[in-house]
Design a protein around this ligand. Structure first.
Ligand code: DOR
Ligand code: ZN
Length: 405
C-alpha cells in the first residue's frame, strides 16, 4: 500500500488536506488530515492526472514522427496518464487486425494507459466485431470522401453505435486546397468548413465534435453532442502564431474566436480539453508541402495550469475538463480522487512557472508552437499509483493497459 498526503482537488469539495491510500493501483481511502507528514507528502497540490482523448502517436507507420514510447513519455511528463489514439496511422486502424496490432504495440511500449479509435469506413456497422471490439470510439474524417458519403456514414454509425463517434467536422465541399503562401491562406481555404459541417451533422448523444475552432462552429453545435477544444485553438491565432509551422486542421483563426471558445470552455459549454497532439518533424513542417498538425500532449496541462496561475481559469474547471469530463464521456470511471478510482495523480506547484524548453520535451517532433511560453509542469506523475515521471524525467518503461478491454 502507498499513501499520498497533501492538499488535493476533491470533486465537489475543492482543495482539501487529505491522506490518499492506494492499494493495487486504486484509491482505497481518502481521509481528511491535519497534515502530519507521512509517506509520499506532496509539495504543492495533488490533482487527478489528465486523460487526453485526442492524440496521434503515429505507431504503427511513422516512427520518425513519434511512436508509443516517445508519445507516452511526452504524455507522462505533461501530467497525462491516459490517451486515446487516433486511427490515421499506417495502416489505418480500421479493422480487427489493425486494431489488435496497434493494441499489442501500445501494450508493449506505452507507459500511460490508452484507448484506440477506429476509423469510420464503408460497411463499418455491418462488421461482426462492430458491437464487441474494445475500442474507445469511432472516428470520422472528412479527407478523400464526398460530402454525401461523409454525412451518410455519420448518420449510419450514429444510428447504430453504442459508443461515441468523434467527428473531424470540416465540410468536404468547403475544404479548398488553393496553394499556400502564408498561414492565413490555409485559414481562408477552410473559412466556413467547420460551421457548414456542424450545420449538417445529425444530432445525437453519441456525437462528439473534435477540436472545435470557431465561434460560428460553436453556434452550430448539434443538440445533444459533446465537444472538445485544444490549447492551440484557445491560445494561438493568426497574429501570435503566423508561420507556416502553425498549419493545423482545423486552422488557427483570430483572437475573437479564441475568446468565444475560451468563454464556452470556461462555462462548460465546451466540456472537454484535448490536445490533438499531431507531431511532424521540423523538416516536414519546413518543406514546400507542410503537413497539418502540431505536438501538444506534453504542454496541454502545463499551459492551462499557467492559465490558472494567471487567474484566467478556475482550477476546478481545468481539473474537470482534463480528467473527469473526458472519462465520463468515454464511459470510464476515473478522473476523481475518490475511493475506487485509479490512483492517477500528479503533484503540481503553482509557484513553479517555467518557460517551455524544447530540450525538456519528449516528442520526437522536437518543436512546439509554445516554445518559451510560461507553463507549470507537474513534478511527479503517478499512473495507477506508480511513479512514471518526475521533474520531466521518465521513470518507467512500460505498463500501459487498454482501458476499454
Ligand atoms: O492538423 C491535423 N493533423 N489535423 C488532423 O485532423 C490530422 C492531424 C495529423 O494526423 O497530422
Ligand atoms: Zn487529430
Amino acid at each position: 500500500m502507498s499513501v499520498f498526503e497533501g492538499k488535493a482537488w476533491i470533486s465537489k469539495q475543492g482543495l482539501v488536506d487529505v491522506s490518499i491510500e492506494v492499494e493495487n493501483g486504486y484509491i482505497s481511502s481518502v481521509k481528511k488530515t491535519s497534515l502530519e507528514p507521512k509517506k509520499e507528502k506532496a509539495q504543492g497540490l495533488i490533482l487527478p492526472a489528465a486523460l487526453d482523448m485526442h492524440v496521434h502517436f503515429r505507431d504503427p507507420g511513422y516512427p520518425h514522427k513519434e511512436d508509443w514510447k516517445t508519445g507516452s513519455e511526452s504524455a507522462a511528463c505533461g501530467g497525462v496518464t491516459a490517451v486515446v489514439d487516433m486511427p490515421n496511422t499506417n495502416p489505418f486502424t480500421s479493422d480487427i487486425s489493425s486494431f489488435k496490432d496497434k493494441e499489442q504495440i501500445a501494450k508493449s511500449k506505452s507507459i500511460v494507459d490508452f484507448g484506440i479509435g477506429i476509423n469510420v469506413e464503408e460497411n463499418l456497422t455491418e462488421q461482426d466485431w462492430f458491437g464487441t471490439v474494445p475500442a474507445a470510439f469511432w472516428k470520422l474524417y472528412p479527407y478523400g470522401i464526398s460530402s454525401d458519403d461523409y454525412f451518410r456514414l455519420a448518420k449510419e454509425v450514429l444510428d447504430k453505435t453504442k459508443k461515441p463517434m468523434v467527428v473531424h467536422c470540416e465540410h468536404p465541399d468547403y475544404m479548398y486546397n488553393n496553394p499556400l503562401e502564408k498561414l492565413s491562406d490555409h485559414t481562408e481555404n477552410r473559412l466556413v468548413a467547420e460551421e457548414k459541417c456542424l450545420a449538417s451533422m445529425p444530432s445525437s448523444e453519441y456525437l462528439h465534435v473534435a477540436h472545435l475552432s470557431t465561434a460560428n462552429g460553436l453556434k452550430n453545435l448539434p443538440p445533444l453532442s459533446s465537444t472538445e477544444v485544444c490549447p492551440h485553438h484557445l491560445l494561438l491565432n493568426l497574429d501570435n502564431c503566423s508561420s507556416l509551422d502553425c498549419k493545423v486542421d482545423p486552422p488557427l483563426r483570430n483572437v475573437s474566436d479564441n475568446t468565444s471558445l475560451y468563454d464556452a470552455y470556461r462555462n462548460g459549454k465546451i466540456p472537454i480539453l484535448a490536445s490533438d497532439h499531431a507531431p511532424h518533424t521540423i523538416e516536414e513542417k519546413k518543406s514546400d508541402t507542410p503537413p497539418s498538425g502540431m505536438p501538444g500532449v506534453e504542454t496541454m496541462v502545463p499551459l492551462m495550469l499557467q492559465e490558472v496561475v494567471e487567474n484566467r481559469l478556475d482550477l476546478g474547471r481545468l481539473v474537470n475538463s482534463m480528467a473527469e469530463a473526458p472519462a465520463t464521456r468515454l464511459g470510464l470511471n476515473r478522473g476523481r480522487i475518490e475511493v475506487g478510482q485509479p490512483a492517477d495523480l500528479m503533484f503540481v506547484d503553482l509557484n513553479n512557472t517555467v518557460k517551455i524548453d524544447i530540450d525538456n520535451l519528449h516528442s520526437r517532433s522536437n518543436w512546439s508552437p509554445f516554445e518559451d511560453w510560461n507553463a507549470v509542469f507537474p513534478h511527479k506523475v503517478f499512473r495507477r499509483g506508480e511513479l512514471i515521471s518526475e521533474n520531466s524525467e521518465v521513470v518507467s518503461n512500460s505498463g500501459g493497459i487498454n482501458l476499454f478491454d
